[in-house]
Design a protein around this ligand. Structure first.
Ligand code: PLP
Length: 366
């Protein structure tokens, strides 16, 4: 069986080092916002190339906290893509704001930037692109749209699937260093993942840094002094210790993902399969292909013992919880991915033999 993502195999060599580190924390007992958290915040901001990083409990909270820090009027509009994980939209609702959906570009996992203009209104306060599957949205183009409006609109990006991804033409400029605020999930299966829930927010702006640090800690920066109605959304110290160890491998593992994706791009050649087009600087959190007869493909992959995933089988406006907010709205490119998309294994530890097998099996699909 070729596993979709074999975390145990990937991290095996790290386990002993991690256990040693956790024992140190047991001896020290600094479980809440301990030394490892501030270390991780420093390490991650250095990796991204931004001024500040703030650890929090998970990626959904990262988005909610970022939006709450902007202190916007209730029901202000946030423009986001129609295809992403539910969290992007849920976090917007949880912050008391209103998501406005824009379709993806055809056969690309990223928002159709040209369609953003038609969704701008007087209530638009945030544009929230998602670097889905690690494919980078051209943030500079979105910045120029914002500039042309001559209004205060914030750029807050969902980087939950794009740790280490960079804007193609500026190789060194990583996502997380470009927008007003950037939000990362550190869920175990992400390119950088903890061994439980975790998240991190990055910014270059000192004021956002201070407010978000405060909000994630029940609105407090000093014991018993609560300046804001905050959340308990602190990054766990043990998770931070694990992340400090795993961050060292992120670049190497991202490069492996890119190599596997390049192989699929070059050698999967089957008219029944449509390949998506990914940005330069993509870190391939997922590698998604489209096929008209998905149920047949699923049976075929099962028969050939290749695990697969769906990311995601419902677009945002198709989710049961959200349908009522987007009545009669259609987003054909997002719906196509929901209906025809299959995520292939892109585990950085896949062997060449496994990659070749996956490619061969797909090329023989009829
Ligand atoms: C695009 C996107 N946004 C937000 C999230 C939410 O992150 P978390 O699961 O850590 O809350 C995820 C995680 O799956 C995601 O993929």
């Amino acid at each position: 069986m070729i596993k979709f993502y074999d975390l145990k195999r990937l991290d095996k060599k790290k386990h002993l080092i991690i256990i040693k580190k956790i024992k140190k924390i047991f001896n020290k007992g600094d479980y809440i916002l301990g030394e490892e958290v501030s270390k991780f915040e420093k390490n991650f901001s250095k990796f991204i190339g931004c001024n500040y990083a703030i650890g929090c409990a998970n990626g959904t909270d990262a988005i909610t906290l970022a939006l709450k820090s902007l202190n916007l009027p209730k029901n202000s509009e946030v423009i986001m893509p129609a295809m992403t994980y539910c969290s992007t939209a849920f976090a917007i609702f949880n912050a008391g704001l209103k998501p406005v959906l824009v379709d993806l570009d055809k056969n690309k996992p990223t928002i159709n930037i040209k369609k953003i203009n038609s969704k701008l209104s007087n209530k638009t306060k945030v544009i929230m692109p998602v670097h889905l599957y690690g494919s980078v949205v051209n943030l500079n183009e979105i910045k120029s749209i914002i500039k042309k409006t001559k209004k205060k609109i914030y750029l807050v990006d969902d980087c939950a699937q794009a740790h280490g991804a960079s804007l193609g033409y500026l190789k060194t400029k990583r996502v997380g260093s470009i927008s007003d605020i950037s939000c990362f999930s550190l869920y175990p299966g992400k390119n950088l993942g903890a061994y439980g829930d975790a998240g991190v927010i990055t910014t270059n702006n000192k004021r956002f840094y201070e407010v978000i640090s405060n909000l994630r800690n029940l609105g407090s920066s000093k014991k018993f002094i609560h300046d804001h109605i905050g959340q308990n959304s602190r990054l766990d110290t043990i998770q931070a210790a694990i992340l400090n160890i795993k961050l060292n491998d992120l670049n190497f593992l991202n490069k492996r993902r890119v190599k596997i994706a390049n192989y699929y791009d070059k050698y999967i050649l089957n008219k029944k399969i449509t390949k998506l087009s990914y940005s330069k600087g993509c870190v391939y959190h997922q590698y998604v292909i489209l096929t008209k007869n998905r149920s047949k493909m699923v049976k075929y992959l099962n028969k050939n013992k290749i695990q697969y995933g769906f990311h995601y089988p419902y677009a945002i406006h198709q989710l049961k919880a959200l349908k009522k907010y987007f009545k009669n709205q259609k987003f054909p490119n997002s719906e196509k991915i929901a209906k025809e998309g299959i995520s292939l294994p892109i585990d950085p530890n896949l062997s060449l033999k496994e990659i070749k097998k996956i490619t061969k099996v797909l090329n023989n699909f009829s």
